[in-house]
Design a protein around this ligand. Sequence first.
Ligand code: NAP
Length: 295
Amino acid sequence: MTAKLIDGKAIAAKIREAVASFVPDFHSRTGRAPGLATILVGEDPASAVYVRSKNRATAEAGMAGFAHNLPDTTAESELLQLVSDLNADDRVDGILVQLPLPRHIDATRVIEAIDPAKDVDGFHPVNAGRLAAGLPALVPCTPYGCLYLLNQELGTVGGLNAVVIGRSNIVGKPMAQLLLAESATVTIAHSRTQDLPDVVRRADVVVAAVGKPEMVRGDWIKPGATVIDVGINRLPSHDGKGRLVGDVAFDEAVSVAGAITPVPGGVGPMTIACLLRNTVVAAHRRAGFEDPEGL
Ligand code: NAP
């Protein structure tokens, strides 16, 4: 069997189009476009690339972007002051602080300083708690994107056995909460899980968010399972540019799974699309409007 490839790039492009289609109406009702503020501290090249892509996508969707690029010598108090200013700025609906932050800054303190109504990354404990309690929340972009792909592929995950490998606050835990909310039977695996291959073999849906290149082998996958590979790992390549691989051994898994996301071009593009989606949703909620339909 050869698995169907789940085209995250194409699905993300549709979400971005849908997001953009809500901007003119929001503008005519409020006199302004939804706004996203990004904060980048320091010069980590990967972070700089991510933030540039987010700023570009914001502009392409017709939304207002407020980019703050700060030196890595920025004091935690200065960053907290900027977050506080953005919380008070009515043009800003979403605040994204790119992680990781330099070591001298406490990321938890910064995330907790963001107004939960503007927390478009969904990392604030209020949003994490609301998600866990089954209340409306701003949900972390990457797991939201994974669930979107699963729903597109399967219609519903209700009743399926889902295994999430990884329990980070950014991906694994919110992913498991989203799957549970959709009535999947969810197992969360992590570095202390015993006999992981056997646990994964029981899964109809596998979400790998580990950060270990090609750790999940083809013979761990139940035939016909749907595999979502969140991992982004750069390995050396002959041309010196490096090549990206996921947490799943794609060449093996593709002949066993029913459907699988490629790396790149699977989950990656969904993250930015869902960030734009969260910003438009946050803008509507802050303005007291109904959530944009179908987003
Ligand atoms: P993380 O915070 O490092 O968490 C990794 C998780 O994997 C931890 O829960 C860890 O378990 C678990 N783990 C580590 N080794 C394991 C093993 N041998 N067996 C089973 N579980 C193991 O990473 P993250 O932020 O969640 O990111 C995970 C991956 O997704 C990375 O490759 C990252 O680059 C990628 N990512 C991609 C996107 C995107 O847009 N596509 C967004 C975010 C992240 P313990 O808790 O026990 O340590």
